[in-house]
Design a protein around this ligand. Structure first.
Ligand code: ZN
Ligand code: ZN
Length: 134
């Protein structure tokens, strides 16, 4: 946890809680809609601003689908994806291959590491078969 940075605000905690409770990644729109069902609503611009601050604190990571949609997940869930560049199908990797990889000393360039991202891209089976057809 970054020492110089104040603890996440109440609204950031709220967003983080929603992300932790979800069984999948959520977009800013998803979070906006979820919060609308509760007592505490939050404007979409505010949702994105807090998500950005959560990323800066190393608590939330973000990935972009080929469609351009940004999806958010808590960094304490070490989960990564394999995405088809053709149809956009995204599946969860069973294990994080980076889980036991640690940077040491000079490799970190003096950084205090917070989290990592990792994505694989390829062609899913269905798209491979479709492309193989004459
Ligand atoms: Zn595909
Ligand atoms: Zn990982």
């Amino acid at each position: 946890m970054p020492l110089q940075v104040a603890a996440p605000s109440e609204r950031q905690q709220q967003l983080l809680e929603q992300l932790r409770q979800a069984d999948r990644e959520l977009s800013g729109q998803d979070l906006h809609a979820l919060l609308r069902q509760g007592p505490q609503t939050m404007g979409l611009a505010t949702v994105y601003r807090h998500l950005r601050q959560l990323q800066q604190r190393g608590l939330v990571r973000c990935r972009h689908l080929p469609s351009g949609e940004a999806l958010f997940a808590p960094t304490d869930r070490d989960e990564h994806h394999l995405t088809c560049v053709d149809c956009g199908l995204s599946v969860v990797l069973e294990h994080c291959p980076m889980h036991d990889v640690h940077l040491h000393g000079p490799q970190t360039g003096g950084f205090r590491l917070l989290f990592h991202t990792l994505e694989f891209f390829g062609l899913c089976e269905a798209c491979q078969q479709r492309q193989a057809q004459p």
